[in-house]
Design a protein around this ligand. Structure first.
Ligand code: PXP
Length: 244
């Protein structure tokens, strides 16, 4: 199968983390979204968490109204988040698991075991014209469940791949490759993300059936050293190199 074009979604949650460390308005995540666009991002991703620890309701409203790039709202499968998504109608909504005590999204969503609860949520978002993706482990059971719910997209969790090294990382990469092939075979668009860095992005970007990578924490961290735009441009270049 020929490779698909590969989009880069820049996750700006941790611009908001830095802002919230002091309160106030600086640094402004919306300004970072404009910079990301100028640096070649294809979309902006933001996770409105239940505890609002980084992105706020006001950020989502401004991102939805002001930026030109497609907005991908990461959200838990709750009534509150569904009504926020229906109010702002982002281009896409990525349904993620959320535990209050976690530092970041740990592990993928258990779709197969929660079909009855997830079905109406996916249906309401899809009916509103929002492109729904489900953030899952690279596990064929979860892919089949997402397909059965009518979600057009899955995002494969790359956290385990990034956290391991050597043979264990190779094993995780194989799982991601197999899951991406399975997604293509059953007609799901496949995205990937979590924990990706300059060191880990290329083998994932080389998987031709993956259409989008969502990357945040590393880019915001790297911005301290080389600047946000330069970090995004370098990430984009590594992705393009891997795709060639
Ligand atoms: N994709 C999803 C679904 C996520 O929840 C996150 C983290 O919010 C990311 C991608 C980006 O992960 P990172 O910030 O580690 O690059």
């Amino acid at each position: 199968m020929p490779s698909l074009p590969l989009r880069l979604g820049v996750n700006i949650d941790h611009v908001a983390t830095i802002r919230n460390a002091r309160g106030g308005r600086h640094p402004d995540p919306v300004r970072s979204a404009y910079l990301a666009a100028a640096a070649g991002a294809d979309g902006i991703t933001a996770h409105l968490r239940e505890d609002r620890r980084h992105i706020s309701d006001g950020d989502i409203a401004r991102l939805a109204n002001e930026i030109q790039l497609p907005l991908n709202l990461e959200m838990a499968a709750t009534e509150e988040m569904v009504s926020i998504a229906l109010r702002h109608r982002p281009h896409a909504a990525c349904i993620v698991p959320e535990k209050r005590e976690e530092r970041t999204t740990e592990g993928g969503l258990e779709v197969a075991g929660n079909m009855d609860a997830l079905r109406p949520i996916v249906a309401r978002l899809v009916d509103a014209g929002i492109r729904v993706s489900m953030f899952i482990e690279p596990d064929p059971r979860q892919l089949d469940a997402a397909k059965a719910l009518g979600a057009p997209v899955v995002e494969l969790h790359t956290g385990s791949y990034c956290d391991h090294e050597g043979a264990a990382r190779d094993h995780e990469l194989e799982r991601i490759r197999a899951a991406a092939a399975h997604a293509a075979a059953i007609g799901l668009e496949c995205h990937a993300g979590h924990g990706l860095s300059f060191d880990t992005v290329k083998p994932i970007a080389a998987i031709g059936s993956i259409a989008e990578l969502n990357i945040g924490h590393f880019l915001v961290g790297e911005a301290i050293f080389i600047g946000f735009e330069a970090a995004i441009r370098h990430m984009r270049a590594l992705m393009d190199e891997a795709r060639r």
